[in-house]
Design a protein around this ligand. Structure first.
Ligand SMILES: C[S@@+](CC[C@H](N)C(=O)[O-])C[C@H]1O[C@@H](n2cnc3c(N)ncnc32)[C@H](O)[C@@H]1O
Length: 322
C-alpha cells in the first residue's frame, strides 16, 4: 500500500504519457546539472516562472528609475516570483552574486530544482495535463503529509509549477494546515512548461544563494554597498483586503515592526535599501524618516471585482546615490 502511494505521482504522470502514446518514466531520467555551455554571448532574459500574488512585474516600469545602478551583492528577503531579481539580472546589474530568501518552502524548492535540475524538471512538467480531475488528484497529494514527504524535490517542484499555472487566478495559497487550496482555473491552454524561460531562469540562478528562511536572516549576509529589496506581505488597508496566505503563518503588525527595525539596522550598515508596502497611515508613520514614492498598481487579488481598480502603493528608499 505504502509502495503504491510512493509512486502515485509518477503513476499519474506516466498514465498521462502512456495515453499519449509515448512512454517516459521518471525513473529513467538521469539527473543533470543546469547546462549553460550553449548560451550566446549575452544570456537570455529570464522572467518569473510562477504567477505570484503581489508580484511586482506590472510595477517594474515605475520602479526602474529608483534602482541603484551600482551595488555589491543583491539580496531579496521576500523573493516570491522574483520580478525584481529577474529585472536586475536582465539589466546586467547583478554582478556580484545574489541571495534570495523566502519562507515558502515549496517556492524555494522550485528555485533550487530549476537551478540544479532544470532538464529533469522540464521532462516532468511536460507530462502534466490541463484536466480538472487530474488537477485535483495532483492537488490532493499534500493532504497526506507522510506520503507527500516521499515525493522527490523535482516531483514537488513540478507539482507546484503545474498547479500554479492551471489554478484559478494563478496564485499560491494554502490553508491553515499548509495545504494548497486554490480551485482549478479552467484555462484553455495554460503554459505550465515554458522550457525556454525555465532554462534562462536556471542560468540566472548560477551565482545565487537560495535560502528557505524568514526575512530576518538577511542580517547575517548584508554588508555595506549591498542592495536589498524588501517586498513583504502588505500591511492591510482593511480587514478583508489583505492577502497573506503565501505560508500558513500570517504577517502581522509584529512582523512589520520587526522588518522596520531591520531596515534601520541595514541603513546604518550602509546598504542601499528599497521596500514596497501598502499606502497606509501605519506604514507612512513607521517609515517616517525615509523617502517615499507613490506607485499606482492594479489590484488583482480581490474577490470583489468592483474593487479591482488602481490603488496607491508605497516604495520606500534610503538615501543612496547611484
Ligand atoms: C508580496 S510577496 C513578494 C512578491 C515578489 N516581490 C514578486 O515579485 O513576486 C511576499 C513574499 O513574502 C514571503 N514571506 C511571507 N512571510 C515571510 C517571512 N517571514 N520571511 C520571508 N518571506 C516571507 C511570501 O512567501 C511571499 O513570497
Amino acid at each position: 500500500m505504502v509502495e503504491k502511494n510512493k509512486h502515485y505521482f509518477k503513476n499519474l504522470q506516466n498514465d498521462w504519457v502512456n495515453r499519449g502514446g509515448k512512454s517516459l518514466k521518471i525513473s529513467e531520467i538521469t539527473f543533470t546539472k543546469s547546462n549553460d555551455k550553449k548560451k550566446s554571448k549575452r544570456n537570455k532574459d529570464a522572467y518569473p516562472f510562477l504567477k505570484w500574488a503581489g508580484g511586482k512585474r506590472q510595477l517594474i516600469p515605475q520602479m526602474k528609475k529608483y534602482f541603484p545602478q551600482k551595488f555589491n551583492k543583491y539580496i531579496e528577503p521576500f523573493v516570491g516570483g522574483g520580478a525584481v531579481f529577474f529585472e536586475l539580472y536582465n539589466a546586467s546589474l547583478v554582478k556580484n552574486g545574489a541571495i534570495i530568501i523566502d519562507k515558502n518552502k515549496e517556492l524555494i524548492n522550485c528555485y533550487r530544482v530549476i537551478k540544479d535540475n532544470v532538464n529533469v524538471l522540464i521532462k516532468s512538467l511536460k507530462k502534466h495535463k490541463n484536466d480538472e480531475d487530474y488537477y485535483y488528484r495532483i492537488r490532493k497529494l499534500d493532504r497526506k503529509p507522510k506520503k507527500y514527504k516521499k515525493l522527490s524535490d523535482i516531483e514537488k517542484a513540478s507539482r507546484t509549477i503545474f498547479l500554479n499555472r492551471c489554478c484559478y487566478n494563478g496564485l499560491y495559497r494554502v490553508n491553515s494546515k499548509g495545504q494548497f487550496n486554490v480551485p482549478f482555473g479552467r484555462y484553455k491552454n495554460p503554459t505550465f512548461c515554458d522550457e525556454e524561460n525555465l532554462k534562462a531562469v536556471s542560468i540566472s540562478l548560477k551565482n545565487v544563494k537560495i535560502i528557505h528562511d524568514s526575512f530576518e536572516v538577511c542580517l547575517k549576509y548584508a554588508e555595506e554597498g549591498d542592495f536589498i529589496y524588501f517586498d513583504p506581505p502588505y500591511f492591510p488597508l482593511s480587514e478583508t483586503s489583505s492577502f497573506t496566505s503565501y505560508t500558513k503563518e500570517d504577517f502581522g503588525i509584529k512582523y512589520q515592526k520587526k522588518l522596520h527595525q531591520i531596515f534601520n539596522e541595514l541603513n546604518k550598515r550602509g546598504c542601499k535599501l528599497m521596500l514596497s508596502n501598502s499606502y497606509s497611515n501605519f506604514i507612512l508613520d513607521l517609515y517616517n524618516d525615509y523617502e517615499k514614492i507613490i506607485l499606482k498598481a492594479k489590484r488583482v487579488i480581490n474577490c470583489d471585482s468592483s474593487k479591482r481598480g488602481k490603488i496607491k502603493e508605497l516604495l520606500i528608499i534610503n538615501d543612496y546615490k547611484d
